[in-house]
Design a binder for this molecule. Structure first.
Ligand code: MG
Length: 234
């Protein structure tokens, strides 16, 4: 063994957790389910899609500010509260279509990490019913030791309570400062911010500083993998 740190890794098999959307894949629920429904609903309501989406955001923010963190991500319930048509359940997606949304280098990284003496977790603010059909279509439901979602935990990132089942945690990786980096800091693990260039779309957590500093920043998954390896073995 290389060092006492190596022995600690082997003994504890620490959790390395990933966000899903914009970290491993380009939001399949949004592209393949929500957006097509929003387009249809826009026609039914004779309202443009942006206006409809802003209604969802307003309702989600209201739920969030009221401390109803899970409700803020329950899109079918939000649609109902807005008096819109019922959102159908997510169907099993076409494997070719879903694969086209996977970000470059993801599977090579995951398969390599799978061979390391760690536990791999997925921590997403998407409900299990919204994410798992896509995970199953990719075969990723077998890759992760735990899939953590708001509907199962009763809370959402950046509440550190969502990380209760994934301790001890070495590092959490994600694209959102206000969700991923903050939940990592609050749950006493390292953070790697995958800088996608997408704007942060909410600062609605009252305890969140406008810009929280990650422990590490990465421009792509190759850099993420190099950082994880460094954290594990040096
Ligand atoms: Mg994300």
């Amino acid at each position: 063994m290389k060092s006492p740190d190596t022995r600690a890794v082997l003994r504890h098999r620490p959790w390395i957790t990933f966000d899903l959307d914009h970290t491993l894949i380009d939001s399949p629920y949004w592209h393949l389910h929500f957006l097509p429904w929003l387009e249809q609903e826009s026609g039914r309501q004779s309202t443009d899609m942006d206006t409809l989406w802003h209604c969802f955001q307003r309702e989600a923010n209201r739920a969030w500010r009221a401390g109803r963190w899970v409700d803020a991500f329950d899109w079918p319930a939000l649609a109902e509260s807005l008096g819109l048509s019922r959102m159908p359940a997510v169907q099993q997606p076409n494997p070719t279509v879903i694969r086209s949304l996977v970000l470059p280098g993801v599977e090579k990284m995951l398969w390599t990490l799978r061979r390391y003496p760690i536990r791999l977790g997925l921590v997403t603010n998407g409900f299990s019913a919204f994410q798992e059909p896509f995970l199953r279509a990719l075969g990723w439901d077998y890759v992760f030791d735990a899939i953590i979602t708001p509907d199962r935990t009763g809370t959402a990132k950046p509440n550190p309570a969502i990380m209760a089942a994934v301790h001890p945690g070495l590092v959490h990786i994600g694209d959102r400062l206000s969700h991923d980096v903050l939940v990592a800091t609050r749950s006493h693990r390292g953070s790697i911010h995958l800088a996608t260039g997408l704007p942060e779309t909410d600062y609605i957590d009252p305890l969140s500083p406008a810009m929280i500093a990650p422990d590490f920043s990465a421009a792509n998954l190759q850099e993420v993998f190099a950082l994880i390896t460094r954290l594990l073995w040096t």
